[in-house]
Design a protein around this ligand. Structure first.
Ligand SMILES: CC(C)(COP(=O)(O)OP(=O)(O)OC[C@H]1O[C@@H](n2cnc3c(N)ncnc32)[C@H](O)[C@@H]1OP(=O)(O)O)[C@@H](O)C(=O)NCCC(=O)NCCS
Length: 184
C-alpha cells in the first residue's frame, strides 16, 4: 500500500523514508526508548537504515506501515508511529509508536496516534486497533486511555524481553467507539 502524509495541529506525519535514519537512530539507540519497544538499543545508523527499509518492504506488501513524526514549527523529526501488522480479513491491526526522550510529556504521541488511528479506521477500512504494552509503561497506557482504548486483559508471559518472559496488557479501540469527528 501507499500511505499518505497526515497533518495535525503541531505535527506532520510523513511516510518513513531512508533520509530519516539519522534522526530515528538517535531514538532507537536510546535505552530509555528502546526498552519499551522490545528491541535492542541500536549501535549503528545502518541498523536504522535497515529497519526503515524493512518497514517500507512490509508496507509495499500490505503487512505494516509507519510514519515519521515531524514538528511543523522546526522541521525536526521527533519519532515514529504506525501499524505493526495488519489482518485485513478481520479488519484488525496493532499500533506502535515512540518519541525521542526530549519530546515526551508534551502531548505529541496522543496527537500523532490519534491521526494514525483515524487513518486506519476511515482510509484503510479497519475495525479494531490493538495495543500491547508493558504494565509499567505508564506514559504509554495514559496515551491509550486518553484516546479511548479499553483494557482487555493481561497476556501472561507473552514475549521475551532481555531473556525473560514478560506479561503485556492488551488494549483495543473499535471503529464504532471513535468519537472524534475531526479525524477521519
Ligand atoms: C509512550 C510515549 C510515546 C508517550 O509519548 P508522549 O508524547 O510523552 O505522550 P503524551 O504527552 O501524549 O501523553 C503522555 C501522558 O502520560 C503521562 N505520563 C507520562 N509518564 C508517566 C508516568 N510515569 N506515570 C503516569 N503518567 C505518565 C503524561 O503526563 C501524559 O498524560 P497527560 O496528558 O494526562 O498529562 C513515550 O513515552 C515513548 O516514546 N516511550 C518509549 C516508547 C514506548 O513506550 N512506546 C509505546 C510502546 S507500547
Amino acid at each position: 500500500m501507499q500511505i499518505h502524509s497526515l497533518s495535525t495541529e503541531r505535527l506532520l506525519l510523513r511516510p518513513m523514508q531512508p533520509a530519516d535514519a539519522p534522526a530515528l537512530f538517535t531514538f532507537w539507540s536510546d535505552p530509555n526508548v528502546s526498552k519499551h519497544m522490545n528491541i535492542e538499543a541500536m549501535t549503528r545508523t545502518k541498523q536504522a537504515e535497515d529497519m526503515i527499509s524493512l518497514i517500507n518492504d512490509l508496507c509495499a506488501k500490505d503487512q505494516a506501515c509507519r510514519w515519521s513524526i515531524v514538528l511543523k514549527d522546526s522541521g525536526e523529526t521527533i519519532g515514529s508511529c504506525g501499524f505493526n501488522s495488519f489482518d485485513f480479513d478481520h479488519g484488525r491491526t496493532e499500533i506502535g509508536y515512540e518519541l525521542g526522550y526530549p519530546y515526551w510529556g508534551k502531548g505529541y504521541a496522543t496527537e500523532a496516534v490519534r491521526a494514525v488511528i483515524g487513518y486506519g479506521f476511515f482510509q484503510l477500512g479497519l475495525n479494531r486497533v490493538e495495543a500491547k504494552v508493558e504494565p509499567e509503561n505508564s506514559g504509554s497506557i495514559r496515551v491509550l486511555r486518553k484516546l479511548g482504548f479499553a483494557e482487555e486483559g493481561l497476556l501472561r508471559q507473552y514475549e521475551k524481553s532481555n531473556g525473560q518472559f514478560v506479561d503485556l496488557l492488551i488494549f483495543s479501540l473499535l471503529r464504532d467507539e471513535w468519537t472524534d469527528p475531526s479525524v477521519r
